[in-house]
Design a protein around this ligand. Structure first.
Ligand SMILES: [Zn+2]
Length: 458
Protein backbone atom coordinates (compact mmCIF):
# COMPACT_ATOMS: atom_id res chain seq x y z
CA UNK A 1 0.00 0.00 0.00
CA UNK A 2 1.47 3.30 -1.03
CA UNK A 3 -1.05 6.10 -0.77
CA UNK A 4 0.25 9.22 -2.49
CA UNK A 5 -0.61 11.80 0.17
CA UNK A 6 -0.81 11.91 3.94
CA UNK A 7 -3.46 9.22 4.06
CA UNK A 8 -2.73 6.73 6.82
CA UNK A 9 0.18 8.72 8.28
CA UNK A 10 0.23 9.87 11.88
CA UNK A 11 1.54 13.37 12.36
CA UNK A 12 5.11 13.30 13.62
CA UNK A 13 6.34 14.43 16.98
CA UNK A 14 4.32 12.28 19.36
CA UNK A 15 6.71 9.32 19.26
CA UNK A 16 9.54 10.49 21.51
CA UNK A 17 10.70 8.42 24.39
CA UNK A 18 10.24 9.94 27.81
CA UNK A 19 13.63 9.65 29.44
CA UNK A 20 16.69 7.96 27.96
CA UNK A 21 20.07 7.41 29.57
CA UNK A 22 22.95 6.55 27.24
CA UNK A 23 26.34 5.59 28.57
CA UNK A 24 29.56 4.30 27.06
CA UNK A 25 33.31 4.38 27.40
CA UNK A 26 33.70 7.79 25.72
CA UNK A 27 31.83 10.56 23.93
CA UNK A 28 33.06 12.87 21.19
CA UNK A 29 30.79 15.90 21.37
CA UNK A 30 32.06 17.68 18.20
CA UNK A 31 31.98 20.93 20.17
CA UNK A 32 35.07 22.86 19.00
CA UNK A 33 37.94 22.61 21.44
CA UNK A 34 36.21 20.08 23.68
CA UNK A 35 38.18 16.91 24.53
CA UNK A 36 36.49 13.48 24.44
CA UNK A 37 34.48 12.75 27.59
CA UNK A 38 35.69 9.53 29.26
CA UNK A 39 33.08 7.18 30.81
CA UNK A 40 30.36 9.32 29.30
CA UNK A 41 26.72 9.54 30.19
CA UNK A 42 23.98 11.47 28.38
CA UNK A 43 20.54 12.11 29.80
CA UNK A 44 17.77 12.72 27.26
CA UNK A 45 14.26 13.90 28.00
CA UNK A 46 11.52 14.66 25.47
CA UNK A 47 13.97 14.23 22.60
CA UNK A 48 16.42 16.81 24.02
CA UNK A 49 19.84 16.31 25.63
CA UNK A 50 19.35 17.63 29.17
CA UNK A 51 22.70 16.56 30.64
CA UNK A 52 26.02 15.32 29.29
CA UNK A 53 29.21 14.51 31.18
CA UNK A 54 31.03 11.70 32.92
CA UNK A 55 29.12 9.01 34.85
CA UNK A 56 30.15 10.84 38.04
CA UNK A 57 28.74 14.14 36.80
CA UNK A 58 25.42 12.93 35.36
CA UNK A 59 23.30 11.15 37.93
CA UNK A 60 20.54 8.82 36.71
CA UNK A 61 17.01 10.07 37.38
CA UNK A 62 15.37 8.65 40.50
CA UNK A 63 12.12 7.66 38.79
CA UNK A 64 12.02 4.23 37.16
CA UNK A 65 10.64 5.19 33.74
CA UNK A 66 14.12 5.47 32.25
CA UNK A 67 15.23 3.59 29.17
CA UNK A 68 18.91 2.84 29.83
CA UNK A 69 21.28 2.16 26.94
CA UNK A 70 24.51 0.96 28.45
CA UNK A 71 26.42 0.66 25.19
CA UNK A 72 29.66 -0.54 26.78
CA UNK A 73 32.97 -0.15 24.97
CA UNK A 74 31.90 2.41 22.37
CA UNK A 75 32.47 5.91 21.07
CA UNK A 76 29.29 7.99 21.46
CA UNK A 77 29.02 10.76 18.89
CA UNK A 78 26.45 12.94 17.11
CA UNK A 79 24.46 11.20 14.37
CA UNK A 80 25.99 11.62 10.92
CA UNK A 81 24.35 13.89 8.33
CA UNK A 82 24.38 12.73 4.71
CA UNK A 83 24.49 16.04 2.85
CA UNK A 84 23.49 14.70 -0.55
CA UNK A 85 21.65 11.60 -1.68
CA UNK A 86 18.74 10.24 -3.66
CA UNK A 87 17.65 7.50 -1.27
CA UNK A 88 15.34 5.54 -3.58
CA UNK A 89 18.23 5.07 -6.01
CA UNK A 90 19.15 2.09 -3.86
CA UNK A 91 16.90 0.39 -6.44
CA UNK A 92 19.61 0.90 -9.09
CA UNK A 93 22.59 -0.16 -6.97
CA UNK A 94 25.11 -1.97 -9.15
CA UNK A 95 22.94 -1.76 -12.25
CA UNK A 96 25.09 0.44 -14.50
CA UNK A 97 28.66 0.59 -13.25
CA UNK A 98 31.85 1.77 -14.88
CA UNK A 99 30.28 4.29 -17.27
CA UNK A 100 30.92 8.01 -17.77
CA UNK A 101 28.23 10.29 -16.36
CA UNK A 102 26.49 11.21 -19.61
CA UNK A 103 26.17 7.60 -20.79
CA UNK A 104 25.29 6.42 -17.28
CA UNK A 105 22.59 9.08 -16.87
CA UNK A 106 21.03 9.34 -20.33
CA UNK A 107 21.35 5.73 -21.54
CA UNK A 108 20.86 3.86 -18.26
CA UNK A 109 19.48 5.81 -15.31
CA UNK A 110 16.93 8.10 -17.02
CA UNK A 111 15.40 5.23 -19.09
CA UNK A 112 15.38 2.92 -16.05
CA UNK A 113 13.72 5.65 -13.95
CA UNK A 114 11.12 6.33 -16.66
CA UNK A 115 10.19 2.68 -16.90
CA UNK A 116 10.53 1.55 -13.31
CA UNK A 117 9.84 4.39 -10.90
CA UNK A 118 6.37 4.48 -9.38
CA UNK A 119 5.01 5.49 -5.99
CA UNK A 120 5.43 1.88 -4.92
CA UNK A 121 9.04 1.38 -6.07
CA UNK A 122 10.16 4.76 -4.67
CA UNK A 123 8.57 3.93 -1.33
CA UNK A 124 10.42 0.63 -0.98
CA UNK A 125 13.66 2.04 -2.42
CA UNK A 126 13.56 4.94 0.06
CA UNK A 127 12.86 2.53 2.92
CA UNK A 128 15.91 0.50 1.88
CA UNK A 129 17.93 3.72 1.83
CA UNK A 130 16.74 4.61 5.34
CA UNK A 131 17.54 1.10 6.55
CA UNK A 132 21.07 1.29 5.15
CA UNK A 133 21.66 4.77 6.56
CA UNK A 134 20.44 3.82 10.03
CA UNK A 135 22.62 0.71 9.91
CA UNK A 136 25.67 2.88 9.17
CA UNK A 137 25.07 5.72 11.64
CA UNK A 138 23.33 8.37 9.56
CA UNK A 139 20.51 10.08 11.43
CA UNK A 140 19.69 12.90 9.01
CA UNK A 141 19.93 13.26 5.24
CA UNK A 142 19.34 15.70 2.38
CA UNK A 143 17.42 14.01 -0.40
CA UNK A 144 16.13 14.96 -3.83
CA UNK A 145 14.15 12.74 -6.19
CA UNK A 146 10.75 12.02 -7.70
CA UNK A 147 7.53 10.62 -6.18
CA UNK A 148 8.85 12.22 -2.99
CA UNK A 149 5.56 11.81 -1.14
CA UNK A 150 6.71 8.24 -0.80
CA UNK A 151 10.16 9.20 0.48
CA UNK A 152 8.51 11.40 3.11
CA UNK A 153 6.37 8.42 4.04
CA UNK A 154 9.41 6.12 4.30
CA UNK A 155 11.45 8.64 6.33
CA UNK A 156 8.50 9.19 8.65
CA UNK A 157 8.18 5.46 9.27
CA UNK A 158 11.93 5.10 9.82
CA UNK A 159 12.05 7.87 12.46
CA UNK A 160 14.97 9.61 10.69
CA UNK A 161 15.39 13.35 10.20
CA UNK A 162 15.70 14.86 6.72
CA UNK A 163 15.32 17.54 4.09
CA UNK A 164 13.22 15.71 1.51
CA UNK A 165 13.01 17.59 -1.76
CA UNK A 166 10.87 17.26 -4.85
CA UNK A 167 13.04 16.95 -7.96
CA UNK A 168 12.62 19.60 -10.67
CA UNK A 169 13.89 19.15 -14.23
CA UNK A 170 12.75 20.61 -17.56
CA UNK A 171 12.27 17.15 -19.09
CA UNK A 172 9.41 14.70 -18.69
CA UNK A 173 10.13 13.16 -15.28
CA UNK A 174 8.74 10.30 -13.18
CA UNK A 175 5.45 11.52 -11.70
CA UNK A 176 5.72 14.83 -13.61
CA UNK A 177 5.34 13.84 -17.29
CA UNK A 178 4.67 17.45 -18.38
CA UNK A 179 7.77 19.64 -17.71
CA UNK A 180 5.61 22.79 -17.63
CA UNK A 181 3.98 21.36 -14.51
CA UNK A 182 7.26 20.79 -12.62
CA UNK A 183 7.15 23.99 -10.55
CA UNK A 184 3.47 23.48 -9.81
CA UNK A 185 4.25 19.92 -8.63
CA UNK A 186 7.05 21.27 -6.40
CA UNK A 187 4.78 23.92 -4.92
CA UNK A 188 2.06 21.36 -4.21
CA UNK A 189 4.65 19.11 -2.56
CA UNK A 190 5.71 22.00 -0.30
CA UNK A 191 2.10 22.79 0.56
CA UNK A 192 1.35 19.14 1.32
CA UNK A 193 4.21 18.49 3.73
CA UNK A 194 5.00 21.82 5.40
CA UNK A 195 4.34 21.52 9.11
CA UNK A 196 3.65 17.80 8.87
CA UNK A 197 6.54 16.65 11.08
CA UNK A 198 9.24 18.17 13.28
CA UNK A 199 11.70 15.76 11.68
CA UNK A 200 10.96 16.23 8.00
CA UNK A 201 11.56 19.47 6.09
CA UNK A 202 10.06 19.45 2.60
CA UNK A 203 12.18 21.14 -0.07
CA UNK A 204 12.92 21.54 -3.77
CA UNK A 205 15.83 20.05 -5.73
CA UNK A 206 16.69 21.52 -9.14
CA UNK A 207 18.52 18.90 -11.18
CA UNK A 208 21.17 21.26 -12.60
CA UNK A 209 21.61 24.69 -14.23
CA UNK A 210 21.83 22.83 -17.55
CA UNK A 211 18.65 20.74 -17.24
CA UNK A 212 16.57 23.54 -15.67
CA UNK A 213 15.86 26.85 -17.43
CA UNK A 214 16.63 30.19 -15.77
CA UNK A 215 12.90 30.64 -15.23
CA UNK A 216 12.59 27.26 -13.52
CA UNK A 217 15.59 28.01 -11.30
CA UNK A 218 14.37 31.43 -10.17
CA UNK A 219 10.84 30.13 -9.55
CA UNK A 220 12.23 27.23 -7.46
CA UNK A 221 14.28 29.68 -5.39
CA UNK A 222 11.27 31.93 -4.87
CA UNK A 223 9.15 29.06 -3.53
CA UNK A 224 11.98 27.73 -1.31
CA UNK A 225 12.55 31.23 0.08
CA UNK A 226 8.84 31.71 0.75
CA UNK A 227 8.87 28.52 2.80
CA UNK A 228 12.20 29.39 4.45
CA UNK A 229 13.90 26.14 3.37
CA UNK A 230 17.14 25.41 1.48
CA UNK A 231 17.16 24.90 -2.30
CA UNK A 232 19.34 22.05 -3.57
CA UNK A 233 21.05 21.73 -6.97
CA UNK A 234 23.80 19.74 -8.71
CA UNK A 235 26.56 22.15 -9.75
CA UNK A 236 29.74 21.78 -11.81
CA UNK A 237 29.75 18.02 -11.61
CA UNK A 238 31.47 17.43 -14.96
CA UNK A 239 33.56 19.41 -17.43
CA UNK A 240 30.86 18.75 -20.01
CA UNK A 241 28.30 20.51 -17.80
CA UNK A 242 30.60 23.53 -17.41
CA UNK A 243 31.08 23.74 -21.20
CA UNK A 244 27.32 23.42 -21.72
CA UNK A 245 26.57 26.32 -19.39
CA UNK A 246 29.29 28.48 -20.94
CA UNK A 247 27.77 27.72 -24.38
CA UNK A 248 24.29 28.61 -23.10
CA UNK A 249 25.13 31.71 -21.05
CA UNK A 250 28.68 32.79 -21.84
CA UNK A 251 29.49 32.33 -18.15
CA UNK A 252 30.90 29.65 -15.87
CA UNK A 253 28.20 27.89 -13.77
CA UNK A 254 28.64 29.76 -10.47
CA UNK A 255 28.72 33.13 -12.24
CA UNK A 256 25.61 32.13 -14.21
CA UNK A 257 23.74 31.25 -10.98
CA UNK A 258 24.94 34.51 -9.44
CA UNK A 259 23.55 36.50 -12.34
CA UNK A 260 20.19 34.77 -11.82
CA UNK A 261 20.23 35.72 -8.12
CA UNK A 262 20.60 32.11 -6.99
CA UNK A 263 23.85 32.46 -5.04
CA UNK A 264 22.16 32.86 -1.67
CA UNK A 265 22.95 31.27 1.74
CA UNK A 266 20.01 28.89 1.37
CA UNK A 267 21.47 27.33 -1.80
CA UNK A 268 23.10 23.91 -1.36
CA UNK A 269 25.19 22.94 -4.37
CA UNK A 270 26.29 19.33 -4.67
CA UNK A 271 29.60 18.27 -6.31
CA UNK A 272 31.39 21.53 -7.21
CA UNK A 273 34.08 19.45 -8.92
CA UNK A 274 34.96 21.96 -11.63
CA UNK A 275 34.56 25.25 -9.77
CA UNK A 276 37.55 27.47 -10.47
CA UNK A 277 39.17 29.55 -7.68
CA UNK A 278 37.20 32.65 -8.65
CA UNK A 279 33.91 30.71 -8.49
CA UNK A 280 34.87 29.27 -5.09
CA UNK A 281 35.53 32.79 -3.77
CA UNK A 282 32.22 34.01 -5.22
CA UNK A 283 30.19 31.19 -3.64
CA UNK A 284 31.97 31.68 -0.33
CA UNK A 285 31.29 35.42 -0.35
CA UNK A 286 27.60 34.78 -1.01
CA UNK A 287 27.33 32.11 1.70
CA UNK A 288 26.38 29.27 -0.70
CA UNK A 289 26.90 25.81 0.82
CA UNK A 290 28.54 22.80 -0.80
CA UNK A 291 27.76 19.09 -0.48
CA UNK A 292 31.00 17.25 -1.19
CA UNK A 293 30.44 13.78 -2.70
CA UNK A 294 33.90 12.36 -3.44
CA UNK A 295 33.09 8.69 -4.06
CA UNK A 296 30.37 9.44 -6.63
CA UNK A 297 32.70 11.90 -8.39
CA UNK A 298 35.41 9.24 -8.42
CA UNK A 299 33.16 6.43 -9.64
CA UNK A 300 31.77 8.46 -12.53
CA UNK A 301 35.25 9.71 -13.35
CA UNK A 302 33.99 13.29 -13.02
CA UNK A 303 37.06 14.65 -11.25
CA UNK A 304 38.16 15.79 -7.81
CA UNK A 305 36.72 18.84 -6.03
CA UNK A 306 39.22 21.28 -4.52
CA UNK A 307 38.03 20.75 -0.94
CA UNK A 308 41.10 22.34 0.62
CA UNK A 309 40.57 25.44 -1.52
CA UNK A 310 36.93 25.53 -0.45
CA UNK A 311 37.86 25.25 3.24
CA UNK A 312 40.50 28.00 2.88
CA UNK A 313 37.92 30.27 1.28
CA UNK A 314 35.50 29.67 4.16
CA UNK A 315 32.83 27.75 2.20
CA UNK A 316 30.44 25.74 4.38
CA UNK A 317 30.82 22.07 3.50
CA UNK A 318 28.84 18.94 4.20
CA UNK A 319 29.68 15.38 3.17
CA UNK A 320 27.36 13.20 1.11
CA UNK A 321 27.30 9.83 -0.60
CA UNK A 322 25.10 10.77 -3.59
CA UNK A 323 22.69 8.10 -4.81
CA UNK A 324 23.50 4.42 -4.54
CA UNK A 325 23.86 3.93 -8.27
CA UNK A 326 27.02 6.05 -8.36
CA UNK A 327 28.74 5.12 -5.10
CA UNK A 328 27.38 2.26 -4.49
CA UNK A 329 26.53 2.54 -0.81
CA UNK A 330 25.28 5.10 1.72
CA UNK A 331 28.05 4.52 4.29
CA UNK A 332 29.28 7.93 5.52
CA UNK A 333 32.01 6.42 7.68
CA UNK A 334 33.64 4.99 4.55
CA UNK A 335 32.98 8.24 2.70
CA UNK A 336 34.94 10.16 5.37
CA UNK A 337 37.97 7.94 4.81
CA UNK A 338 37.77 8.45 1.04
CA UNK A 339 37.23 12.21 1.33
CA UNK A 340 40.29 12.69 3.47
CA UNK A 341 42.59 10.49 1.40
CA UNK A 342 41.38 11.93 -1.91
CA UNK A 343 42.11 15.49 -0.72
CA UNK A 344 45.63 14.40 0.25
CA UNK A 345 46.21 12.93 -3.22
CA UNK A 346 44.72 15.99 -4.96
CA UNK A 347 46.92 18.38 -2.97
CA UNK A 348 49.88 15.97 -2.80
CA UNK A 349 49.88 16.87 0.89
CA UNK A 350 49.22 14.37 3.73
CA UNK A 351 48.10 17.19 6.04
CA UNK A 352 45.11 18.02 3.80
CA UNK A 353 41.57 17.41 5.12
CA UNK A 354 42.54 16.09 8.53
CA UNK A 355 40.43 13.47 10.30
CA UNK A 356 38.84 16.08 12.57
CA UNK A 357 37.91 18.32 9.60
CA UNK A 358 36.20 15.52 7.70
CA UNK A 359 34.32 14.38 10.82
CA UNK A 360 33.12 17.97 11.21
CA UNK A 361 31.87 17.92 7.61
CA UNK A 362 29.82 14.78 8.34
CA UNK A 363 28.28 16.18 11.54
CA UNK A 364 28.30 19.94 12.21
CA UNK A 365 28.85 20.68 8.50
CA UNK A 366 25.74 18.78 7.44
CA UNK A 367 23.74 20.40 10.24
CA UNK A 368 24.80 23.84 8.92
CA UNK A 369 23.69 22.95 5.39
CA UNK A 370 20.26 22.07 6.77
CA UNK A 371 20.17 25.34 8.75
CA UNK A 372 19.87 23.19 11.88
CA UNK A 373 23.26 23.96 13.47
CA UNK A 374 21.56 25.16 16.64
CA UNK A 375 19.60 21.92 16.94
CA UNK A 376 21.81 19.02 15.76
CA UNK A 377 25.44 18.23 14.82
CA UNK A 378 26.98 18.28 18.32
CA UNK A 379 26.26 16.61 21.64
CA UNK A 380 25.39 19.51 23.93
CA UNK A 381 22.83 20.31 26.55
CA UNK A 382 19.72 21.69 24.86
CA UNK A 383 20.36 20.06 21.48
CA UNK A 384 18.20 17.38 19.91
CA UNK A 385 19.18 13.85 20.82
CA UNK A 386 20.49 12.55 17.47
CA UNK A 387 23.14 10.18 18.80
CA UNK A 388 25.03 7.11 17.60
CA UNK A 389 27.48 4.69 19.17
CA UNK A 390 30.36 2.96 17.40
CA UNK A 391 31.51 -0.40 18.75
CA UNK A 392 35.18 -0.43 19.71
CA UNK A 393 35.37 -4.20 20.24
CA UNK A 394 36.56 -4.72 16.69
CA UNK A 395 40.03 -5.87 15.58
CA UNK A 396 40.38 -2.93 13.17
CA UNK A 397 39.60 -0.44 15.97
CA UNK A 398 42.24 -1.77 18.36
CA UNK A 399 44.34 -0.24 19.90
CA UNK A 400 42.78 3.19 20.28
CA UNK A 401 45.13 6.17 20.47
CA UNK A 402 42.87 8.74 18.86
CA UNK A 403 39.10 8.12 18.57
CA UNK A 404 38.68 10.61 15.71
CA UNK A 405 41.39 8.84 13.71
CA UNK A 406 39.69 5.49 14.42
CA UNK A 407 36.32 6.79 13.19
CA UNK A 408 37.65 8.36 10.00
CA UNK A 409 40.44 6.02 8.92
CA UNK A 410 39.52 2.62 10.41
CA UNK A 411 35.78 2.34 11.09
CA UNK A 412 32.99 1.49 8.68
CA UNK A 413 29.21 1.58 8.88
CA UNK A 414 28.93 -1.97 10.18
CA UNK A 415 30.68 -0.85 13.39
CA UNK A 416 27.71 1.34 14.35
CA UNK A 417 25.93 -0.23 17.30
CA UNK A 418 23.10 2.11 18.38
CA UNK A 419 21.20 4.89 16.61
CA UNK A 420 18.94 7.43 18.29
CA UNK A 421 17.03 10.24 16.54
CA UNK A 422 15.11 12.90 18.44
CA UNK A 423 15.39 10.76 21.57
CA UNK A 424 13.87 7.72 19.87
CA UNK A 425 15.89 4.50 19.51
CA UNK A 426 16.00 3.42 15.85
CA UNK A 427 18.67 0.73 16.28
CA UNK A 428 19.83 -0.96 19.49
CA UNK A 429 22.81 -3.28 19.40
CA UNK A 430 22.31 -3.55 15.60
CA UNK A 431 18.67 -4.53 15.93
CA UNK A 432 16.30 -2.25 14.01
CA UNK A 433 13.46 -0.85 16.09
CA UNK A 434 11.38 1.01 13.50
CA UNK A 435 11.91 -0.87 10.24
CA UNK A 436 11.70 -4.53 9.26
CA UNK A 437 14.86 -5.29 7.28
CA UNK A 438 13.71 -8.71 6.03
CA UNK A 439 10.46 -7.33 4.66
CA UNK A 440 12.16 -4.33 3.00
CA UNK A 441 14.88 -6.37 1.32
CA UNK A 442 12.40 -9.04 0.18
CA UNK A 443 10.13 -6.39 -1.38
CA UNK A 444 13.03 -4.63 -3.11
CA UNK A 445 14.33 -7.93 -4.51
CA UNK A 446 10.87 -8.80 -5.76
CA UNK A 447 10.28 -5.38 -7.37
CA UNK A 448 13.72 -5.05 -8.95
CA UNK A 449 13.52 -8.57 -10.33
CA UNK A 450 11.11 -7.08 -12.88
CA UNK A 451 13.85 -4.75 -14.12
CA UNK A 452 15.47 -7.70 -15.83
CA UNK A 453 18.86 -7.34 -17.40
CA UNK A 454 17.89 -4.67 -19.96
CA UNK A 455 19.76 -1.92 -18.21
CA UNK A 456 22.76 -3.90 -17.18
CA UNK A 457 26.12 -2.86 -18.53
CA UNK A 458 27.16 -3.19 -21.31
ZN1 LIG B 1 23.13 13.74 -6.87
Amino acid sequence: MTPSGKQGLDKGGSHRNGTLLIQGSMAITMVRGQAPIPEARILVSGGIIVEIGTVDQVKPPTHDRVNVIDAGHVIILPGLVNAHTHSAMTLFRGMADDLPLRKWLFEKIFPAEAEFLSPETVYWGALLGCLEMIASGTTCFLDGYFFQDQTVRAVHESGMRGLIAQGVIDFPAPGVPEPRENIKAALEFMERWSGFSDLITPGIFCHSPLTCSSKTLTKALEISSNYGVPLQIHLSETKEEVHGIIAKSGMRPARYLDQLGLTVPSLIAAHGVHLDPEEIRLLSRKGVKIAHVPESNMKLGSGVADVSGMIRSGLALGLGTDGCSSNNDLDLLREMDTASKLAKVFDMDPSSLKAREVLEMATTGGARLMGLEKEIGTLEKGKKADIITVDLDRPHLCPLYDPVSALVYSANGADVKDVIVDGKVLMRNREFKTLDPDEIMARVRELTGKLGTRFLHP
